[in-house]
Design a protein around this ligand. Sequence first.
Ligand code: NAD
Length: 355
Amino acid sequence: MKKYKITLIKGDGIGPEIVDEAVKVLDAVASCSDFSFSYEEALMGGCAYDITGDPLPKETISIALNSDAVLFGAIGGEKWDALPREMRPESGLLRFRKELGVYANLRPAVVYDELINASSLKASVVKGVDLMVVRELIGGIYFGEPKGRTADKGWNTMVYTRDEIVRIAHQAFKIAMQRSKRVCSVDKANVLDVSQLWRDTVIEVAKEYPEVELSHMYVDNAAMQLIRDPRQFDVMLTGNIFGDILSDEASMLSGSIGLLPSASVGAKIGVYEPIHGSAPDIAGQGIANPIATIASASMMLRYGLDEIEAADKIDTAIKKALSEGYRTQDLAQFDAKEVCSTSEMGSIIANYIVR
Ligand code: NAD
């Protein structure tokens, strides 16, 4: 029997509550599959700073690198906001991604029929939306040199090498092969040389995926099209800063921050986490929505461990819980038949896992 070693980083705020529910669902899916999980917890964020004086202890990196995947809750909170920037929980997370070499951020945006009214857009526009933003995560303008500032001048540089574009493009095409086989590459090639290199390179990589239909879009148009007609997209492939903005925009199509998962993957290992933060305002009350984290565990199975059938089981169980009218507090106003706690929602989804 296969045994996967999973690193659990629960973090701060609602992190521990939501990760516990994802573990419950992972155990349910393992109990009817030919694999099992072992878990090791590691510290990161404010809780790590409080105990070790560092938001990202070295031990956490080695535990993660010795495992098959990382399931992550959330970090941060007001308590640590006054610390110097490099000691803040958020810088621990950025360092962690860099140390693990996770270069691709996968952010699906799915609109569940049952929650269609949670979207700020009209139901007729968002019904059936199911897209994936594939964002390059460790290059581009957030990391490019030179950068700096004087009293009255500031500058950053958007740099991509061909190799960086090739590896993220492969990631997007491989994901498209598991979906509707369409990739829209988003750039600003009409203005930026770096974007022209991006476009030329993506066209080259596409030759290895003849079944996938490739299109290109300028980022300003893409921002508009996401709101005008989001169903036209399957996989959106883009660089770091454009992806940062577009993936947040896409996440709002579903209207609920508590539902959306993400994955950050690299050559060695992936980190799977909800897109929301540590929600200190509701921490410890048992009302956080665990679905984004449970869906992140599903992404871990699908994209990290290649256990597609098990991932499908989790996704089906989430849909069933929603279609049966179970809602956590945050979604109570959207056709709830029963409002449940964080832990009840985890148990309901775990019980819907089909044996
Ligand atoms: P947030 O995402 O934590 O919360 C925004 C709002 O959404 C809050 O009202 C919160 O109660 C609600 N919310 C979030 N997740 C929810 C869930 N699962 N169920 C129900 N409601 C939920 O964003 P914020 O308030 O801007 O940030 C809080 C802290 O989280 C900050 O310290 C921030 O730096 C950190 N943060 C961490 C991450 C991460 O760990 N990856 C990401 C974003 C923000």
